[in-house]
Ligand binder design. Structure first.
Ligand SMILES: [Zn+2]
Length: 614
């Protein structure tokens, strides 16, 4: 999910930050053969959207396969819309009724009510259930043995809120609907326990894989953007029609509907890209399409192929911004910020949301417990895409880069660990999950090299696709692929409270300047390069593992050091204070400086002065 970032971006824009990143795109690592996901929780639904009542009524058959080695005497259902039923739910109390700057309308709340729950063709289960916040505990008449399946029949009504937090309605005459977190859904049994953490304000979702077959009945004039692929449409009488969508190897299903949707289609390799947009946003269509196509192609080449035949992109109305910038499997919502003439907003949002089609849609990590594996990896992906391909966010040449946005956001909370559970952050410090992880991964990429890093990420995905990996799995996978201990990155930086901060000590004027010192001022023991320029103009670059608090480097007498640059190529993207990274010898060394030495010295100083954030 992404929206608060853009507000901060506009602040940066007003401040006039004009920063840019640079890196080289490399060819892809080659796609792995794709296995299908385990069929743990599958759904067949028939639902009806009532635009006047703002409800979705439906029936579903849930087929749940016990994926564990444990006997399950009960199962748990998630009823997310209960978070919006009054102002006293956990979600509401934590959020204060706002999400990413959008506030709930207390007269337009949401809810979900289950009216039937039974073993398919069998006994009622509803009477024995217990509701707790957004969860329903369902004791089973017969325990579910390992490897066994259970079919449940459910009938329910969802009342949609005015869209302020991902789901609901808005737009012209309240005829736009984005329907997410909306049906009775299986919780996840993972590592010996049901994940019964209630829905928290900062948290998103944790889901099992399965298949969906969804029939959606709407008034005849509505256009429906469904996840998965369209699987037929037929009139259903009374001025209504039913559209079917099927989706395989996915963890969720969402759809949008509006009588105003226009469509545009494109191809990203073999993938169909379907854009559903509102007529007032016609000027953004090209940015939507080019971002969708190019980001699918980029992530496919970096991490492994997008594993579905179609990706649907949904534009949202200006008055329903809370519905924008959200990801579901095979469907994302975009956003234009509602600022006429702005460029780059659609690209920033859309490339981020499409990044989620890899993280977490293919890994299905637990976003509540380890949100950095989801938002952090995605934020990194989106920023790197934007650096390679995207426009600046702003108005033509007057804009900020996506990298500058993340640098600014990271700089606001550098001492906040990025690896906490979602509910341990405040609404504002939660941005550390995004930006600290993104700046860290970009740093790691630069330290080990782009090609190696992308191959390591692809290795991680290939090893853990469809498997609910944890942060420990991610670390072990990267250390395996990159061949070494990455404690400086995972412990010191991501999970720690310290920063990357190096400084070059003044060059001694006596002794010919042949010994220089570099000092580690931050707690993060990142490997770093040190480049010295000698009076002759020659340069030497040496590596330092950063483990000690300082290091000295000696050079033969007779060709004094005139310049020391710590991290001369600015690989350590997460280092905030680089003003002390370079130091020059006192001017009296001038007479010893050759012409080429002077030129190198001047160029170094110039590059340093303009390249702070390169
Ligand atoms: Zn996100």
């Amino acid at each position: 999910m992404l929206y608060r970032k853009l507000l901060a971006a506009l602040v940066l824009l007003v401040l006039g930050g004009v920063l840019s990143g640079s890196a080289t795109a490399l060819p892809g690592t080659g796609s792995q053969p794709l296995a299908h996901a385990p069929q743990v929780a599958s759904y067949r639904m028939d639902v009806r959207l009532d635009p006047a009542a703002k409800t979705v009524t439906g029936t579903e058959r849930i087929t749940y396969h016990n994926p564990s080695q444990d006997v399950l005497p009960e199962v748990w259902l998630r009823l997310y819309l209960r978070a919006f039923r009054d102002l006293n739910t956990i979600w509401m109390r934590e959020s204060g009724g706002t999400s990413r700057g959008f506030a709930i309308q207390p007269s337009q709340l949401g809810d979900i009510t289950v009216s039937k729950l039974a073993v398919a063709g069998g006994s009622d289960l509803l009477a024995g259930t217990t509701l707790t916040d957004t969860l329903m505990r369902v004791p089973l008449p017969q325990p579910l043995a390992p490897g066994q399946s259970l079919a449940l029949d459910v009938t329910w009504t969802s009342k949609l809120p005015r869209a302020f937090a991902r789901t609901g309605y808005g737009g012209r005459d309240d005829t736009f609907f984005i329907v997410g977190q909306w049906y009775p859904k299986m919780a996840v049994y993972d590592r010996g326990r049901w994940d019964t953490e209630p829905w928290h304000a900062n948290s998103e979702f944790f889901n099992d894989f399965g298949s969906y077959d969804v029939g959606i009945t709407v008034p005849q004039e509505y256009v429906v953007a469904g996840a998965g692929v369209p699987a037929g449409e037929q009139a259903s009488g009374d001025g209504a029609k039913t559209l079917r969508f099927t989706s395989d190897d996915v963890t969720d299903f969402a759809f949008a509907a509006s009588p105003d949707f226009k469509t545009r289609f494109a191809k990203a390799g073999d993938v169909d890209v379907a854009l559903y947009y509102l007529p007032e946003h016609e000027p953004t269509v090209e940015e939507y399409i080019s971002t969708s196509v190019k980001s699918i192609e980029a992530y496919s080449s970096w991490y492994g192929a997008y594993p579905h035949p179609r990706l649907t992109v949904v534009d949202v109305p200006d008055d329903a911004g809370g519905a924008g910038g959200m990801e579901y499997p095979t469907l994302v919502t975009g956003g234009t910020l509602g600022v006429p003439g702005i460029t780059g907003a659609v690209a920033v949002v859309t490339s981020h949301e499409i990044g989620h089609q890899w993280w977490p849609m293919q890994t299905a990590t637990n976003e509540g417990r380890e949100p950095w594996l989801d938002e952090g990896l995605t934020e990194y992906s989106g920023v790197r895409y934007m650096i390679d391909e995207g426009p600046k966010l702003g108005f033509g040449e007057l804009g900020v880069s996506a990298a500058a946005i993340d640098q600014g956001q990271y700089a606001a909370f550098p001492d906040v660990p990025a690896t906490l559970p979602a509910w341990q952050y405040s609404d504002t410090s939660y941005i550390a999950v995004y930006s600290k992880t993104a700046m860290g991964l970009w740093t790691l990429e630069r330290v080990v090299g782009t090609e190696r890093f992308r191959r390591a990420m692809a290795d991680y995905l290939a090893a853990y696709r469809f498997k609910h990996p944890t942060g420990a799995d991610f670390r072990a996978s990267l250390e395996r692929s990159l061949g070494g201990d990455l404690g400086w990155f995972f412990d010191d930086f991501l999970s720690g409270t310290g920063v990357i901060d190096y400084a070059a000590a003044p060059i001694p004027s006596d002794g010919g300047g042949s010994t220089v010192w570099v000092i580690r001022q931050g707690a993060v023991r990142a490997p770093v390069e040190v480049r010295v320029t000698l009076a002759s103009g020659a340069q030497q670059t040496r590596g330092w593992d950063g483990r000690a608090e300082s290091v000295s480097m000696s050079f033969p007498a007779g060709d004094p050091v005139v310049r020391v640059e710590v991290d001369p190529e600015r690989k350590l993207k997460a280092e905030l204070d680089v003003l002390d990274n370079g130091v020059s010898a006192a001017p009296e060394v001038g007479p010893a400086l050759t012409l080429s030495g002077r030129l190198v010295f001047w160029l170094q100083s110039f590059v340093h002065s303009i390249g702070l954030f390169g």
